[in-house]
Design a protein around this ligand. Structure first.
Ligand SMILES: Cc1cc2nc3c(=O)[nH]c(=O)nc-3n(C[C@H](O)[C@H](O)[C@H](O)COP(=O)(O)OP(=O)(O)OC[C@H]3O[C@@H](n4cnc5c(N)ncnc54)[C@H](O)[C@@H]3O)c2cc1C
Length: 485
């Protein structure tokens, strides 16, 4: 028997959940179905402990504002990410106001975002970054300090026992957030038609658009037919995209990077820190490996994590196969993949260094943030798997650090590849998918009216209207009960 629906979404992570919820809100008559290979939702990258839970608004992530060769600090990427996160906040608050999401504290909390650097050059860089960002309406509330008394007030444990023989400075945005993307995914999927333990193993054009074959653990095959398919399979999206046979897939390869955290088990230490403190990445480190000390809120409990430490595994999903990387290499992406390896020695050296480091070396990195950290208080845990994009640009393989939506020319199939900033910008990315793949309905007056009720500033430049930005932020903070300190 073939199951039919209007939109078939593969993967019950934050991306699939966001797209499913958007479709349900924009047109409740649509039949939307989600297929998920695991027995539960949000068990891969979107699970709370598999990611850092930072509401990426570019408040503290220094990799979004790398210093240019002339010493200036370009902020365009930070502004774009901040704008995308505002759209997420608007969407989530509209769903809370409409009663679709019941308990905002279950998935989002106010936690200040800080960037911390030491050494003269880094302090000068942070100062330039702060000056550039602080001059914009989006970051007008960002604070700067190089004063140790002020820094002690912002992050007492980070300052405790710290030698002050080199300059130290930080910026702070009180209105930062910690997001439990796992809890949010589950809440967004409430009431959505889902088939768990259905692993998509094949897809081809046919019927009303696409015929998708899924396998259950017993080996039984099920066929689904839909005019639109979204591959929100996280690390599993590239192999499925390749299986679809669309020509657009031939530009891509992938490179997996795994991660680990140190998780604090001492309640006193956990209670003594209330911030996400991001530092500067080591030379060669991929942007997602910027070290940070994070206050988290998981299942109503405060937690403290440090990391991520990068690692290497050939799996594309945490619960994937060791053959994932090998199987993704095809004649058309072999050369670009080799080119990426040969062009990124710093990255390779960094990953090797991370993989072979001892627990004592990990603790040394932690002590750069928490000088008094005791080994007994911290346990190692495995984070989610990130699959970075290798894209052919002008015939050469290039490693891409962001996310990218790839779609077929007729808009009947879309896939999300890549990792960061990921979950925080899921709302903008999924609305972009609809704009690209469902243009007629998207531009209809009915969808536009509903979209604006969900995301009031969609298509607007909030930087040009600081009063409106402030009003929308107040509304989101009230609906989501955000109280940044
Ligand atoms: C260490 C780490 C830290 C991160 N920190 C942050 C952060 O602080 N802030 C942030 O915004 N983002 C962060 N991210 C990125 C974020 O976690 C991801 O962007 C996001 O979770 C991706 O969501 P997704 O729905 O695309 O994928 P996933 O959550 O991985 O979901 C994909 C789903 O598809 C399923 N699936 C796969 N293949 C198949 C198949 N063949 N058939 C059926 N189902 C399938 C999987 O089982 C899974 O449930 C981090 C990621 C990592 C790894």
């Amino acid at each position: 028997m073939t199951h039919r629906c209007d939109a078939l979404l593969v993967g019950a992570g934050i991306m699939g959940a966001t797209l499913a919820r958007l479709l349900r809100q924009l047109d409740p008559s649509l039949e939307v179905m989600v297929l998920e290979r695991l027995p539960g939702v949000a068990a891969e990258s979107s699970a709370a402990l598999n990611n850092a839970g930072t509401g990426h608004a570019a408040n503290c992530e220094l990799n979004y504002t790398p210093q240019a060769a002339d010493g200036s600090v370009p902020i365009a990427k930070a502004l774009a990410i901040n704008g995308a996160f505002e759209l997420s906040l608007q969407f989530w608050s509209a769903l809370v106001e409409q009663g679709v999401l019941q308990d905002p504290a279950a998935f989002i909390r106010g936690v200040p975002h800080l960037s911390l650097v030491w050494g003269e050059q880094n302090v000068a860089f942070l100062r330039r970054r702060w000056e550039a960002l602080n001059a914009t309406p989006q970051f007008a509330g960002m604070q700067w300090s190089g004063d140790s008394a002020q820094l002690r007030e912002w992050m007492p444990l980070v300052m405790e026992g710290r030698s002050l023989d080199q300059p130290l400075a930080a910026t702070r945005v009180a209105r930062g957030t910690d997001v439990n993307f796992g809890a949010l995914t589950a809440a967004l999927l409430q009431g959505v038609d889902m088939r768990l333990q259905h692993e998509v193993v094949g897809l081809e054009r046919g019927g009303r658009g696409w015929l998708v074959e899924a396998r259950t653990p017993s080996g039984a095959a099920q066929v689904f037919e839909a005019p639109f398919v979204f591959l929100g399979a996280g690390g599993g999206a590239l192999p499925l995209l390749q299986r679809s046979g669309i020509p657009e897939a031939r530009q891509y390869g992938a490179f997996p990077v795994s991660g680990q955290w140190l998780v604090c088990r001492n309640p006193e230490v956990i209670a003594g820190h209330n911030a996400k403190v991001y530092g500067k990445a080591a030379v060669g480190a991929p942007p997602m490996s910027v070290p940070h000390l994070d206050t988290r809120w998981i299942e109503g409990q405060r937690a403290l994590l440090f990391g991520p430490y990068a690692g290497f595994s050939t799996r594309f999903l945490k619960q994937g196969s060791l053959w994932d990387l090998g199987r993704s290499v095809k004649p058309f992406n072999l050369l670009p993949s080799l080119q990426v390896g040969s062009q990124n020695f710093d990255l390779v050296r960094y990953l090797v260094g991370q993989v072979v480091q001892s627990q004592e070396q990990r603790l040394e990195s932690l002590r750069q943030f928490l000088p008094q950290a005791r080994g007994d208080d911290w346990e190692l845990a495995v984070a989610g798997q990130r699959v970075q994009i290798i894209k052919q640009i002008d015939g050469r393989g290039t490693l891409q650090m962001g996310t990218e939506v790839v779609s077929s020319a007729d808009g009947s199939l879309a896939a999300l590849l890549g990792a960061s900033p990921g979950a925080s910008t899921a709302v903008k990315t999924m609305v972009d998918v609809l704009q690209r793949c469902w243009p007629e309905r998207f531009n209809s007056s009915a969808w536009q009216a509903r979209l604006r009720a969900l995301i009031p500033s969609w298509g607007e430049d909030l930087a040009a209207d600081p009063e409106r930005l402030c009003g929308l932020r107040k509304r989101a903070d009230a609906a989501l009960q955000l109280k940044g300190s």
